[in-house]
Write a protein that binds this ligand. Sequence first.
Ligand code: MG
Ligand code: MG
Length: 629
Amino acid sequence: MLTSIATVSIAGDLPQKLQAIAAAGFGGVEIFEQDFLAHDASPEEVGRMVRDHGLTITLFQPFRDFEGLPEPDRARAFDRAERKFDLMGAMGADLLLVCSSIHPKAMGGIDRAAEDFRELGERASTRGLRVGYEALAWGKHVFDHRDAWEVVRRADHPAVGLILDSFHTLARRIDPDTIRRIPGDRIFIVQLADAPQIEMDLLYWSRHFRNMPGEGDLDVTGFMRAVVATGYQGPISLEIFNDQFRGGNPRVIAEDGHRSLLHLMDRVARAEPALALVPTMPDRIPVQGVEFVEFAADAVEAQMLGALLRQMGFAPVARHVSKDVTLWRQGDINVVLNQERTGFAASAHAVQGLTVCDIGLKVASAADTVTRATALGADIFAQPHAEGELDIPAIRGVGGGVLHFLDDSVELSRVWNTEFTSLADTAPGTGAGLRRIDHLAQTMSYDEMLTWTLFYTSLFETRAAAMVDVVDPAGLVRSRAIEGLDGQLRLTLNGAENQRTLAGRFIAETLGSSVQHIAFATDDIVATARAMAALGFAALPVSANYYGDLAVRLDLPEERIAELQSMNLFYDRDDSGEFFQFYSGLVGRGMFFEVVERRGAYGGYGAANAPFRVAALRRQLAPAGLPRL
Ligand code: MG
Ligand code: MG
């Protein structure tokens, strides 16, 4: 399978684009004419540059407003085509994309278009070139791949084929299974793009909001399943017009693109077993829960964090056999405090200050997880083992943090007993009823949200929930949950659009730390709040206005409101159940903790409460200009 991507999909000048595309693992590239024109080099030089990167040109595009014109416009369109053929010949591109006409004079007529294409195919073939016809979703007469195919079929020329583009088919809600009726060898190239489901003008939607397969809401998998069923063996090529991508980091966007194609073909192979496509990696990994969260801290921060953990009912239960690392535990929650002066945690701390540097996930097979992650382009993480340390499989997450994977294989399941010595002299924590980690909230710049989403959803058996807006007085923060199918893994991704929001400030101050808050689950929030208060924990004070609003919004009795207010509890409910939350104040450079109780099947995160939580946390920020303690 030759993977390809259009130069238009990523940022940079042509050399930067080609560099990023080759580095990400693509074998082919579509040269978008504008990228060639903007670059000051001859077509021969561009062709050489492409080949020097080990890439082949899969397509030269676009050629517009060709078919169905009256004379003399028709003759002029053929002249224009000849100029493109000259260029392609010099560059070493053999396939030209002709998109369906939007020319005001285009007359329509399947046979007229077929006749034009037969002649164009004849001219192309004398130069050893081919042309492909693509139905634009907003084409004047042809806007459906079935009509484009009919034109190609009637043109009946070996140098004329069909170009399919998932966006144009799916955006018009055309059943992709209609592709199964087309012979695979008449499809010259397949372009892929996803997009979020937005009701807007098709052209504007296509030019600005496309994204990588798996990042949007279109059924690109269903589209590609139909394509492979035809026997199509040609390149699969990303053609993504996206404002964010064009302003993003070329390397990251190209890597996302390559990952999205590998993930897509893996889904397709599994969904079409009869086609005998072979999956090349283990299936998406179900996550059974968060086994540990590890903080990197210096002595002062460790003391401060330890005091807060005690107030939340945690106790230090074990020390690492050879490192300055302490394990704190409550219920099934393991919090690791790493004060090492060397190694990964120390370098993370040097850059980010107090930070979550490592997350341990429980999976069915740690080895399979790493195999799939590396097949999708993730980097394996390894550092020299200290005395007594196990070799726990790990990779680098998106933001540079580390993800470790633990499973039930004999050795890995004994990590806490093997690497740690229990602290017999420590009084056991009384516990405050915290049972497990409910969710980890990761913060990133809004531009990076799709990268994180694709990373998690392609590696793990998860789904991405719809995006919700959280209003911060200083700007919007977009939030979306990534959830395992059984609720064992819950991550919330928060994308900050600017650095003045609480989330944006956190990224700026920590230079890109990701975990901003950790939510622990209790089965009895009132008992937990009381137990923690008795241990000295001060919950984040919630404004009286919140409770006034709550009483009206959810029609709650006064006594109920008074009880919630007395403990600074946030409350939400929907048809499936109820949700209770309270928070700590800010820790370090903008982290905090949350305690939640879910009743019934409530599956959300209290989004309606988020603006009040943000406002309450903001009141704790030091005024600008004052030194931070
Ligand atoms: Mg296209
Ligand atoms: Mg939360």
